[in-house]
Structures are given as structure tokens and as C-alpha cells.
Design a protein around this ligand. Sequence first.
Ligand code: ATP
Length: 244
Amino acid sequence: MKKTLGCIRKADHDFSLIESGDRVAVGVSGGKDSLLLLHALSLYRQFSHKDFSLFAITVTLGLEPFDLTRIRALCEQLDIEYIVKETEIGKIIFEYRQEKNPCALCAKMRRAVLANTCVEYNINKLALGHHREDAIETLLMSLFNEGRFKTFHPKTRMSRTGITVIRLLIYLPESHVKHMAKVLDLPVVKSPCPADGNTDRQKMKDLMRELRKVYPDVNERFLHALQQDHYDLWQKDNSPSGNG
Ligand SMILES: Nc1ncnc2c1ncn2[C@@H]1O[C@H](COP(=O)(O)OP(=O)(O)OP(=O)(O)O)[C@@H](O)[C@H]1O
């Protein structure tokens, strides 16, 4: 847990992600990343000397099976209020619209429900479970699909609602997330999404696996590049209002 908390502390320090008085909700998909983030933030709340409140939000997609009993139990154990928003997003995308590229629309709709829920509960920051490899894969997807060198920033502001999205795991390697999910026996729920494992992101994961055979440190190199000011990707922003 020391490494996870160290990476969270560094991301928080570099990008001013959490301030005292914040009401922070972790978007919990049921996957290992957001569950680790939730667990780690409950500890960070104790050790960081920052006085912030913590919530967990899950947006269901109307796809079965999706049993949240063990996640609910974890939230009770960590003394975190758990908010579940039931939706039919999955059905709309796969049955009604039969989308050819379902992931982008699904992410957009999920994000809108998450933002509205934050507004409803007076929550000002939404923490997502993106880690180091997510940032790298997003960079490669936008390079190969759009010819642009960009990825998400650790801190962004949603323009419609004014909610700040924060990504506290961006320095954490995915291998460590997998390791911690086992050590902590996190209540991971298998994704009921029909597109799971057959996405553009999966192609980038496979590509990176091949690259690592030739360049074992390629992930560290990518992270280094992301942090270089001259690429203008992850400018450090220590102002409270954050990055646009
Ligand atoms: N249904 C959902 N409800 C709440 N938050 C979600 C949901 N789906 C995704 N998120 C949030 O958005 C982040 C990125 O989404 P993504 O689809 O990449 O996650 P995932 O790989 O399915 O799950 P995880 O990242 O938790 O292992 C998640 O880490 C989580 O914080």
C-alpha cells in the first residue's frame, strides 16, 4: 500500500488534486483500478492531513449480471457513503442503437450521469481510476486514430457542471494495481459489457506488451515524456482552480 499511497501523494502534490473541504466521489466501475483508488483514498484521508469527505458512485448500465453486494460491504467497512445510479445505458447502446463503436458513447453517457450525481450530492470532485498505462494507451490511441499527440490531464474541469475530474493513480503502474487487488482481495465485479476485451484500448495493451519485449522500460519512458513541459501534456498546475 506504501507505493500506492506514495503515487497518490505525488500526483496530489504535482497537480493540486485534493484540498481541505473538498467533497470527493470515486467513480466505482467494479473494476480493480477504481476499487483500489477507493480503498487507498480512505487511507489517504487519514494520513494526508487534508480534511475531505469521500463518497463512492456506481453507474449501472442495465446489463446483467452485476452484483454490487461486496462493493456495498466494502464501502460500509470503510465508512464511505455508497451511491448507486441505475441506468439503461448498456441497453440503449447495444440493443436500441446497435452502436458499431460503443465505447466512446458509453463513456460520454456514464460521465454525464456521474457529473449529474455529483451535482445532486454537492460533490465538487470526481476521482477516476485511470493509472499510468491508461494514460499511455490513450496517448497511442489518439496518435494512431487522430494523428494527435495527446492524452487526458490528471486534473480537468467538466464545463457543463463545473465538476473537477481528478486522476490520482496516474503515476501508478497497472501491474501494481493488479498486485494490490489480489493482496487486498478487492471485490472486483466482472464487467457485463459485451465489448469488454475487444476494444481499441485492448489493441494498445497488446501493442505495448510486444514493445516491452524489445524495450523493457518503455512504460517508464512514456511516463517521463508525459511529464516534460515542452510537450505541453501534463503541465504541473499547483493553483487551486486547476487545469482547464
Ligand atoms: N459504471 C461506472 N460507474 C462509476 N464509475 C465508472 C464507471 N465506469 C467507469 N468508471 C470510472 O471511470 C474510470 C475509467 O473507466 P474505464 O472504463 O477505463 O474503467 P474500467 O477499466 O472498466 O474499470 P477500473 O478502471 O475501475 O478497473 C474508472 O476507473 C472509474 O473510476
